[in-house]
Structures are given as structure tokens and as C-alpha cells.
Design a protein around this ligand. Structure first.
Ligand SMILES: NC(=O)c1ccc[n+]([C@@H]2O[C@H](COP(=O)([O-])OP(=O)(O)OC[C@H]3O[C@@H](n4cnc5c(N)ncnc54)[C@H](OP(=O)(O)O)[C@@H]3O)[C@@H](O)[C@H]2O)c1
Length: 305
């Protein structure tokens, strides 16, 4: 197999080590690539400026990440497109649980730097008995669900396809059904034409007062103006936003200072595990391709994820 790569040297080294028979061709991330450079596949992050040109030279493209919303249209036309679907499920699920816990347990506000008015007196919340609503029930959504169940939460989820739930979870057929029951609402769906501004003004009319929203997906799943109104009047008690639009968010943007917003810089994927899972998913797909077995992480070009 001849594999074109737009990945960093460390990833290429892992491919060479695992599959010495693969002829690996490093392709630059920018500029014209000689027409003679073709292959059986391309592994890339999708961010390369010349990705359209290079993708057109191969029958199979594997994108290391999951979010494909910035991928040029042309790349969706390659015969087979795969991605590292779900690769960041574990660190992002931990980040979501941390966000829900700090909200309920009022951290870090409860940590003392001087004697408090009273000891042994507080009104903290908790996860047990609360309902987490998941928009998106793929790699990340299911990783959140498994952890939330361990905290005795009720888990209710919405996904695009009508598939059976995980044990202990409940699927709903509509966003409205999800909004009516959620205490914590986690956005874990891709940004596609169908999910753009999924949380808009009519949606915010339906939420349970005091809702906590966690967005680890993409900023444009939420209509920012509608969110601001819901935060201002308290319908949404907190928005933990790891994904916003645009990124980077310009200086002075209201989200930096809104008392009900907890903003992070698109870092929920980060952990001591690094990109191990995404590299592992890519290596496994190269192995499947070599063995002629079906690939995983297949992207549906019509659905854009
Ligand atoms: N913040 C970060 O650092 C970070 C890192 C990685 C990924 N992400 C974002 O997180 C997203 C999810 O990642 P993932 O790995 O969990 O992807 P995934 O495994 O592909 O899961 C996506 C889920 O979204 C559902 N979905 C798609 N369209 C929908 C719609 N119109 N309505 C309701 N649900 C819909 C899918 O439904 P089906 O199951 O029925 O197909 C699936 O359950 C990515 O697309 C990316 O944008 C963010």
C-alpha cells in the first residue's frame, strides 16, 4: 500500500513501525503537489491548505479528528472518507462530568481564603437523581452516558438515527422532548446543516429553568443571541462553553465576562492520553485496509459527519 501522509513525524513513525510494508509518502501541508504523487490512501488532519488537491489523488482519505465542519466540500466526494469518530470520548466525557460537578458543587466558589460567615452551612447540589440530556449519542455522548450512569443520573439522549439505547439510558424522538426533562444538557453532535442553531429561541423557551448547558461540540449549534437572553433571565443558570463561534473569540466578547458563562478555549479533548486514541483509530483503519476488511469511522457525505 502506498499511503500519503500530512501528519506529523511522530504519527508517521508509528505507521512505519506498525506497518513496515506500507510505503509512506510525506506530503506538504501547503502548495502544489506534483501530479505523480498518488497513493492508495491519505491520512491527514484535514487542515492542510492543499487537502482538496491531495485528496483527489487517492480512493480513501482518513481524517485524524472528528469535527469535519471545516473540511472543504470537495473532500466529501472522495470514494471513501473515514475519521477518528469518538476518539476523544474519554477525555471529553471527563471534562463534561467535571463541568457538571463544579456547577452542582459550586466549585471553586466554596474554597476558602478567609474565615466564612458560617461553618457547616451550604446549599450544594449534586448529580444523583438529576437528568442529563445528550444531543448526540456517538463516541462522546455514550462516554458521557456511561459516566453519568455511575453517578446515578438519569440519561436521556437524542441522536439522528433510530437506534436502540445503551442499557440504562432512554432515547427521545425530538429535541423538545429532551429539553423538557434535562437538568444538564450536553451538546455532543457534529455541526451540520441539520444541527446549525439547533438551540435557538424556540428551543430556549422549552428548557427547564436553571438548566446547565455544556457545549463541547461546536459553537454554531447554539444561537448565541438566544443563549444570551436565556442566561440574562436565568432560564439557563450556566453555560459551560468549550466550543464557541468564532474561535478564537475576539477580545471584549460578552462571553468572557458573563457571570453565568464558564468559557474554555476548545481544550476539552486534552488529557494525559494525548492523541493516542485518534492515532490508534487511524492505525487500526490502515490495518483493516491492508487486510481488505471494512473500515470504521465511515463518514456519510450527505449527512456531513
Ligand atoms: N471540543 C473538542 O475538543 C472536540 C473534540 C472532538 C470532537 N468534537 C465535536 O464533537 C462532535 C461529536 O463527536 P463524536 O466523536 O461523539 O462524534 P460521533 O461519534 O460521530 O457522534 C455524533 C453524534 O451526533 C448525532 N447526530 C448527528 N446529527 C444529528 C442531528 N441532526 N440531531 C441529533 N443528533 C445528531 C449522531 O447520531 P447517530 O448516532 O444517529 O449517527 C451521533 O450520535 C464532533 O462532530 C465534533 O464537532 C469536539
Amino acid at each position: 500500500m502506498r499511503l500519503l501522509s500530512q501528519l506529523h513525524a511522530g504519527a508517521n513513525e508509528l505507521i512505519r513501525k506498525r506497518y513496515p510494508a506500507v510505503e509512506l509518502i510525506q506530503v506538504p501541508l501547503d502548495g502544489d503537489v506534483d501530479v505523480t504523487v498518488t497513493g492508495d490512501g491519505l491520512v491527514t488532519t484535514g487542515d492542510a491548505r492543499n487537502v482538496v488537491q491531495v485528496a483527489a489523488r487517492v480512493p480513501w482519505v482518513h481524517i485524524l479528528g472528528t469535527g469535519l465542519d471545516r473540511l472543504p466540500d470537495e473532500v466529501f466526494s472522495v470514494p471513501i472518507l473515514t475519521c477518528g469518530r469518538g476518539a476523544w470520548g474519554v477525555p471529553i466525557a471527563e471534562f463534561v462530568l467535571a463541568s457538571m460537578l463544579v456547577f452542582e458543587k459550586q466549585m471553586p466558589e466554596i474554597w476558602l481564603r478567609e474565615p466564612p460567615e458560617a461553618w457547616n452551612s451550604a446549599q450544594l447540589g449534586g448529580l444523583s437523581g438529576r437528568t442529563v440530556g445528550l444531543i448526540g449519542f456517538g463516541g462522546i455522548g455514550q462516554a458521557v452516558a456511561r459516566r453519568a450512569l455511575a453517578f446515578d443520573m438519569s440519561v436521556v439522549a437524542l441522536r439522528r438515527r433510530n437506534l436502540p439505547p445503551l442499557a440504562g439510558t432512554q432515547m427521545v424522538a425530538s429535541l423538545q422532548d429532551l429539553l423538557r426533562v434535562s437538568d444538564h444538557l450536553v451538546l455532543a453532535a457534529p455541526l451540520t446543516p441539520a444541527t446549525f442553531h439547533l438551540l435557538d429561541r424556540p428551543a430556549f423557551e422549552l428548557v427547564r429553568p436553571g438548566l446547565h448547558i455544556v457545549n463541547i461540540a461546536r459553537g454554531r449549534l447554539i444561537d448565541e443571541g438566544a443563549l444570551r437572553e436565556a442566561l440574562d433571565d436565568g432560564r439557563v443558570a450556566r453555560a459551560s462553553l468549550d466550543a464557541v463561534y468564532p474561535e478564537p473569540l475576539p477580545p471584549g466578547h460578552w462571553m468572557y465576562t458573563h457571570p453565568r458563562v464558564r468559557l474554555t478555549a476548545h481544550i476539552s479533548w486534552s488529557s494525559h492520553l494525548g492523541t493516542e486514541a485518534a492515532i490508534g483509530a487511524m492505525l487500526a483503519n490502515i490495518g483493516r485496509q491492508l487486510a481488505g476488511r471494512p473500515l470504521e469511522g465511515l463518514v456519510d457525505p450527505d449527512e456531513r459527519y
